[in-house]
Design a protein around this ligand. Structure first.
Ligand SMILES: Nc1ncnc2c1ncn2[C@@H]1O[C@H](COP(=O)(O)OP(=O)(O)O)[C@@H](O)[C@H]1O
Ligand SMILES: [Mg+2]
Length: 693
């Protein structure tokens, strides 16, 4: 688990983190009836799974350069390797080019046609003088040829050479391919880690407005486009261009009109690519959005599995998934289809031109027509007149030029998707984190005197204020009970104290220091929270209590368990504190689990302790016992307690009655009863309930 997520888990249990980070998930489904069950969580438009091209900057040359520059910090650590790779690849391809030239000549002119060898070829094949072309001046009229047996010798030795080269070059080329993959995976790794770090730094407010699946998809799929950045943007097109130019040059020696035909054929190809560009971009984006929605759906289903099962929602969930999955398939299909149609179109153009050229060349071969440069061409292309070899060679060159262009068009299509992916990856990276450490952080105030909310306003969504004008002081050594109906803003109020969110207006102070002047880590080091939805892990009881503390001693763990009234039942377990608790603590009752998570918060021994309904599953007697223990334990601490139980609330030093995000009444039990207001009605209602009226 990344360090910061771990630290958040220490303060908010991980269920709460995925609850809040997930925004919309099982846990919300699980608390049905609350206002936010039904609210839309998809508000930031481009993070919502509905982004369109208009949300992205247009892909122009400048933008491509910009994106490439943005990639640089992730590429830089691997730059040495890239240079080494490039150098080795250049050497290998030069060697292959030279061997290719020698080999083509050997095969076409010597083995097939029977011409005599160049001296270098004879040396390499270890054959004697009789294989070598004599002085041309001596026998102008007679063409020297190899005998049948000489041709066989040349063929055999050439094949031995080919086999030998294969043994040498195959692993070399394979190694380079592997090296290339490794380098780019490392670069992708750098980018992914940066994106995770960013996701962790973005406040939970941000995360509650976007779907987790979207971030996941951006981090592990969109980011992966960086692996083909250089290949697709620079290397691939450069190599294709080089091949095209080379092929065209050779064609000119054969016959410039064929080269010209190839160039003309490229015009409609380019037009087709230009025409398809916008469509490609739209579909590439739709494809990525559809799959990121699918990832979100998957993530939501997996988290919600228990709730879904409990509510027999499998059929509905399956249908929804099926729909999303189909959408993703359709999007993927229509992108592939566009690319395929484009490729078929340009390939057809290439094929047509090739066939036309072949048709013409056959006539030239039959007429033994001289090639364009004639005798002068022999040194470059090896053919003075059109013959079978020339036909083969010219056709290959023409294919090189035309299919090079086809390849370029394909690369262009893939580039559109690649840059859409990069845009989406960098969108996440470019977001400004809104919860950040200050430049010159103040130390965490010691000793703790008070916690203050000063005129605090807060909303998850600006249209719907959650906290309004909250003024509240809690002093050291006191227990403050926060009371109010569901959705009143109790949890939100205390989460500001953890700086999970910043207030929109006003300040939260520890002593006289604004939370925003403290390091986020220090705050979370100083505040412990226990929640109703607690999560236990596979491990022993002691591990579970101590996991959020720093190197807890067994004595501390046991002391915390005693405060949480958990010591008794733990000792009755088979192995006491060393009892293994299966997955998610399934072996314990919910009241026992709650007491463990209470102990987990207490063992951290932080100056501020928040109990957000962690005692709901305890019976009244145990809760009262826990409260008595806490009072003794919390002498110089500030404790916040969110609960509905009057017997507990009445013992608090201060009661805050929250209504629609406003603390409408503040005081102790007696004085609030005397005031005869909201709190009084709340108490009367609760007492009436327990009395069975
Ligand atoms: N992560 C969130 N994103 C958006 N709205 C939220 C989120 N959490 C809570 N809310 C909304 O804020 C209001 C207060 O919620 P909360 O603080 O959990 O209330 P309480 O703890 O008193 O039940 C509710 O209307 C709820 O819908
Ligand atoms: Mg709550």
């Amino acid at each position: 688990m990344p360090a910061r997520a771990w630290r958040i888990c220490q303060t908010y249990s991980d269920a709460e983190v995925c609850d809040r980070v997930g925004g919309y998930c099982a846990i919300h489904l699980g608390c049905s009836g609350r206002a936010h069950d039904r609210r839309p969580y998809f508000r930031i438009p481009s993070m919502t799974g509905t982004e369109t091209l208009a949300d992205l900057p247009p892909i122009r040359a400048r933008r491509i350069l910009q994106l490439a520059l943005k990639c640089w910090p992730f590429i830089r650590p691997m730059f040495k390797h890239l240079l080494l790779l490039l150098g080795s690849a250049a050497l290998v391809s030069l060697a292959l080019l030279a061997l290719g030239l020698l080999g083509t000549d050997l095969f076409n002119n010597k083995i097939l046609v029977g011409d005599k060898l160049q001296p270098l070829q004879a040396q390499l094949l270890f054959v004697d003088e009789s294989f070598v072309l004599g002085d041309i001046a001596d026998n102008v009229n007679e063409r020297e040829v190899l005998t049948e047996s000489q041709r066989k010798t040349v063929r055999t030795r050439a094949m031995i050479w080919a086999a030998g080269l294969l043994v040498v070059f195959a692993p070399l080329v394979g190694g380079l391919v592997y090296y290339n993959i490794w380098i780019w995976q490392m670069i992708n790794q750098n980018l992914r880690v940066a994106m995770i770090a960013k996701a962790e730094h973005l406040s939970l407010k941000y995360h509650s407005q976007s779907r987790v699946g979207d971030a996941i998809f951006r981090i592990y799929q969109d980011s992966a486009t960086i692996t083909s950045l250089v290949q697709e943007t620079f290397v691939g097109p450069a190599a294709a261009l080089y091949n095209i130019v080379l092929a065209l040059a050779f064609l000119c020696f054969f016959e410039p009109r064929i080269a010209l035909a190839a160039v003309f054929a490229m015009v409609p190809m380019i037009l087709a690519a230009a025409w398809a560009t916008r469509l490609l971009r739209e579909r590439a984006l739709a494809n990525r959005v559809a799959f990121s929605n699918l990832t979100s759906r998957l993530q939501e289903i997996m988290i919600a599995l228990r709730v879904v099962k409990a509510n027999k929602g499998e059929g509905r969930v399956l249908r929804r998934f099926d729909k999303d999955s189909h959408r993703a398939l359709d999007a993927a299909f229509s992108l592939r289809m566009t690319i395929a149609v484009l490729e078929v179109a340009v390939t057809s153009i290439a094929a047509l031109v090739t066939i036309g050229a072949e048709y013409v060349i056959v006539y030239w071969v039959l007429g033994e027509r001289e090639t364009f440069l004639g005798a002068a061409a022999v040194t470059v292309i090896g053919f003075a007149v059109w013959n079978l070899g020339a036909f083969e060679d010219a056709r290959e060159r023409l294919g090189g030029a035309l299919f090079g262009a086809t390849g370029l068009v394909g690369a262009w299509a893939r580039l559109q998707d690649l840059f859409i992916g990069l845009e989406r990856a960098f969108y996440l990276l470019d977001l400004e984190a809104d919860i950040v450490d200050p430049d010159n952080p103040a130390p965490f105030p010691e000793p703790l005197e008070s916690v203050t909310w000063q005129n605090v306003h807060f909303a998850y969504d600006s249209a719907q204020p959650v906290l309004r004008r909250v003024d509240l002081v809690a002093r050291s050594g006191t227990i403050t009970a926060i009371v109010g109906g569901s959705g009143a803003g109790k949890s939100t109020l205390v989460s500001l104290l953890l700086r999970l969110y910043d207030p929109d207006r006003g300040r939260v102070l520890i002593n006289r220091t604004d939370l925003r002047r403290l390091r986020v880590d220090d705050i979370r080091e100083g505040v412990a929270i226990a929640l109703q939805r607690n999560v236990l892990f596979a491990g022993t009881v002691a591990d579970n209590i101590g996991y959020a503390a720093r190197r807890p001693k067994r004595a501390d763990i046991e002391a915390a368990a005693r405060v949480a009234s958990a010591d008794g039942f733990i000792r009755e377990l088979a192995n006491g504190y060393d009892t293994e608790l299966g997955e998610r603590g399934g072996k314990l009752s919910s009241g026992q689990r709650q007491r463990l998570s209470l102990a987990r918060a207490i063992v951290r021994n932080t100056p501020i302790l928040i109990l957000d309904e962690p005692t709901a599953a305890l019976d009244a007697e145990t809760e009262l016992e826990v409260m008595r223990n806490l009072r003794g334990w919390a002498r110089n601490k500030v404790v916040f307690l969110i609960t509905h139980r009057i017997s507990t609330i009445r013992n608090a030093d201060q009661i805050v009655f929250l209504e629609q995000g406003r603390p409408v009444e503040v005081g102790d039990h007696e004085s609030l009863l005397l005031a005869d207001g909201r709190y009084r009605s709340f108490v009367d209602a609760a007492v009436g309930e327990t009395a069975g009226v």
